[in-house]
Design a protein around this ligand. Sequence first.
Ligand SMILES: [Fe+2]
Ligand SMILES: [Fe+2]
Length: 367
Amino acid sequence: MAEKPRILTFLASGEARLLVGMLLSAHYTVSHAGANSSLLETVRAHAPEMILVDMELPGTSGLEVVCRIRRDPLYRDLIIVGLGALEAGGMDKVALVAGCTGFLAYPLQPEPFLNRIRGFFQGERQELELKEHLQYYRLFSEILIEKLETRLDALERKTQVLEKERERQDNLTLQILSSLVNLIEAKDPYLRGHSARVTRYALALGRRIGLHQEDQDTLRRAALLHDIGKISIDLREINKPGPLSEEEWAIIRQHPDTGHKILSPIHFLQDEALVTLYHHTRHEAYGGHPEIPPRLRTLTRILTIVDSYDAMTTRRPYNNPLSQAEAVAELRRCAGTQFDPKLVEPFVEALEELEPLEGREEEGRRE
Ligand SMILES: [Fe+2]
Ligand SMILES: [Fe+2]
């Protein structure tokens, strides 16, 4: 007995698949493509002699299915029959424009449906007049564009959801790092509140010189996290009475590098990691660091000034804090060597605008 001709269907519903299967299976071998199957792979796997395509497929469009199959030179002459509702204004003609051999309208009547299928197998083709072709080509393009727009909208919504989730995760990471900084500071009476004060001073100076919002945001995060590398310092050793040994200073000097190692693997803290790495760099030494990007130089120099100011005005184990006036005099004295001279005066002005902090004389730290 001769093998029955193979028909592959792309149908929108289980009911349609059941109906078509019942109507055709006596004369044809009918297979149905799954909703998520890869189109051309499925066609290749089944090697059908005819394809039946619903014009309205969920998630895609029958027109796209037809266009994609027809684009493959292997299937230029394959019989493709579109199915759809006639009341969908001109869909039968649009299906022909897309490349269908013919179009059959729902509801399917058993006898006429079988006859038409047989006819297509015998070489029947529905043709459009050139005028009609041109007329429906426009409708065809519009339908495809509309489908594309719907898909782009869905993609955009998905991207927004992903962006929100990423933002949520970034905030969580930042919160965890801030908690770590608080923990380091809580263990050291000379460090307590340092990062929060440095952040406050840095933002005041940033506002004074008119930094734009993006730089202010980077500065805020960098100021908050700049001493995170102190996690590797044994504070009991460092805070013991008396001067530090050279070895102990060497350990302290490693904290920018340790901070950079902690922050640099975090994708959204790349700039902050660099500002942290260079936050103890002297102004006059920048020439030796061409690797610091220009945008970050200002942020790093701001941090150096406000960090030193906080160190000077805070109690340390080996000396009393300087007054604001004394610390300002020290900043001015070191302008051009340790500090950027263009930033010292704006900082002094910014300081004058800031409310004095409560209980400062009780706090202390060692930088
Ligand atoms: Fe530091
Ligand atoms: Fe610091």
